[in-house]
Design a protein around this ligand. Sequence first.
Ligand SMILES: [Zn+2]
Length: 273
Amino acid sequence: MTSLLPGDPADTVGGVATPRALCVLAPNPSPMTLDGTNTWLLSEPDSDLAVVIDPGPLDEGHLRRVVQAAEQQGKRVALTLLTHGHHDHAEGAARFAELTGTRVRALDPAHRLGDEGLHGGQRIEVGGLEIRVIGTPGHTADSLTFHLPADGAVLTGDTVLGRGTTMVAHPDGRLGDYLDSLRRLHTMASDHGVRTVLPGHGPVLADALGAVDYYLAHRASRLAQVETAVEAGCRTAEQVVARVYADVDRSLWPAAELSVRAQLSYLEDHGLI
Ligand SMILES: [Zn+2]
């Protein structure tokens, strides 16, 4: 949501990303959603069953394109999963479930359709495709990451984006949780063969370890800036935003303010301010 990753090319979004993952881009671009929401269609190459991650906004044309993308590959959508409950990922889920006759599984019961939940540590298998569910709270309390071991890839929703950095949606999202989640992803990249990030917005990242390193460094630097701003006399979240996020487009300041509130709460909890 803030600065661009150094050296980022003007990557394209949408289409085949890995042998088991295809992206259908939703038509909802904005400063917050970058090119739009990435709806992911996952399938084992020789299977006729597919899993959809994040149907996206309630846009009939988009939802039908996702169904068509599956059909063009000779596949049928068998299950729908949500990375988290934000509207730009989940709003179309009920209609998509109607179109495909699938259940929707999510961590937050409010976003489920059917009686099956979803939480970190679960292993899902559809048509030979293995998906491991990793709890990655922080952007929101209900944020999950899906690990595709066969492709060395993770679907990170809004926890790691394809460009810039993300927000911690205070008070639901908490910075301490978010840092723990980034460290979890770091270990997966350094020790468990994860190379590719398939994000909820923006282009695919081929260097998962580099991306997570950048996120950790960025969070540490923002946190130090917030601490300095408080020491310099900033008393409200608005004042901190105006000082620390001066380099960020003003349309993103409301989101930045939530991240600042999350950072202030983290600093208070740790006795640092
Ligand atoms: Zn989100």
